[in-house]
Design a protein around this ligand. Structure first.
Ligand code: ATP
Ligand code: MG
Length: 216
C-alpha cells in the first residue's frame, strides 16, 4: 500500500466491523533505534482462537461481499519487507491487538500519509466510537482522545463538519510540529575529499595533491 495511513484505516475498520466502541492507535517513531512501531487495539468481539492463524491468510475473510481479505496479510507483508515484526493477539469477546514494526529508513517503508484525514474519516463515519490516538517521536508525544473532545464539546457533536475539520487540522499540525513521518535516516554528508579518498586514495608521499591527466 502506498501509505501507512491506508493500512491503519483498514485495520481500524476491522475493529469497527467487529463492533468495537473504543479503538486505540499508537504510532511510535524511535529515531535512535531506527524503529517504527504501529499498535492498534480494539474492544470488538475478537477472533475465535481457532481462526487467529487463518485470518492472516489472504484467502480468509468473514466478509460476505468478496472472498479475499487482504488487510492483515498486506500489513504483515509490509512489515516483513521492512525488516520488522508482526503480531496479532485476539481474545474472543474482549478484543484484538495488531502490532507491527518497521525499520526506519528502510527503502521500502511507505510514507506515513495523511493521519489528519484518516482520523477525520473515522470520526465522521463512527461518531459513537471513541478513538485514542497517540503518536510518539522519540520522547515527544501527541495525543488525541475523542472522549476528552466530546466532554469539551457540550452541545455540539463530534461529527459536525467544523469539529471534524478542526480535528483533522490539529492532528496534521501537531504531527508536523513533532517532526513525525520523516522516515528517511539522514546520512552524514561526505566531503569531496572523503569521496576522493574512497575512490582514488592518494599515496602518502603525494602530500594530498594529485594531478589527473586526461587521456584522449
Ligand atoms: N480487529 C478485528 N476484530 C475481529 N475480527 C477481525 C479483526 N481483524 C480481522 N478480523 C477477522 O479477520 C478477517 C481478515 O481480516 P483482513 O483485514 O485481513 O480482511 P477483511 O477485513 O476480511 O477484508 P479487507 O481487509 O481486504 O477489506 C476478517 O474478515 C475478520 O473476520
Ligand atoms: Mg480488513
Amino acid at each position: 500500500m502506498r501509505e501507512l495511513a491506508l493500512h491503519i484505516m483498514d485495520l481500524i475498520e476491522n475493529g469497527l466491523n467487529a463492533g468495537a466502541t473504543l479503538v486505540e492507535l499508537t504510532v511510535e517513531e524511535d529515531r535512535s533505534a531506527h524503529r517504527l512501531a504501529v499498535h492498534i487495539r480494539d474492544n470488538g468481539r475478537g477472533i475465535p482462537e481457532t481462526l487467529v492463524n487463518e485470518v492472516l491468510n489472504p484467502f480468509f475473510t468473514t466478509r460476505t461481499t468478496r472472498r479475499v481479505g487482504m488487510g492483515l496479510s498486506l500489513f504483515r507483508e509490509a512489515s516483513r519487507r521492512c525488516e520488522g515484526s508482526f503480531d496479532l493477539k485476539s481474545e474472543e469477546g474482549k478484543g484484538t491487538e495488531v502490532s507491527a514494526t518497521f525499520r526506519l529508513g528502510h527503502i521500502d517503508l511507505a510514507p506515513l500519509g495523511d493521519m489528519g484525514s484518516t482520523l477525520s474519516c473515522l470520526i465522521i463515519g463512527n461518531p459513537g466510537v471513541d478513538f485514542l490516538y497517540r503518536h510518539l517521536v522519540d520522547d515527544r508525544v501527541f495525543e488525541l482522545d475523542t472522549r476528552k473532545v466530546k466532554d469539551q464539546l457540550g452541545e455540539a457533536h463530534i461529527n459536525e463538519p467544523e469539529v471534524v475539520q478542526y480535528i483533522g487540522a490539529l492532528v496534521n499540525e501537531s504531527l508536523s510540529e513533532l517532526g513525525a513521518g520523516r522516515f528517511e535516516i539522514p546520512r552524514p554528508r561526505e566531503s569531496c575529499r572523503e569521496v576522493q579518498d574512497r575512490h582514488h586514495p592518494l599515496p602518502a608521499e603525494a602530500g594530498g595533491v594529485q594531478s589527473i591527466t586526461m587521456e584522449e
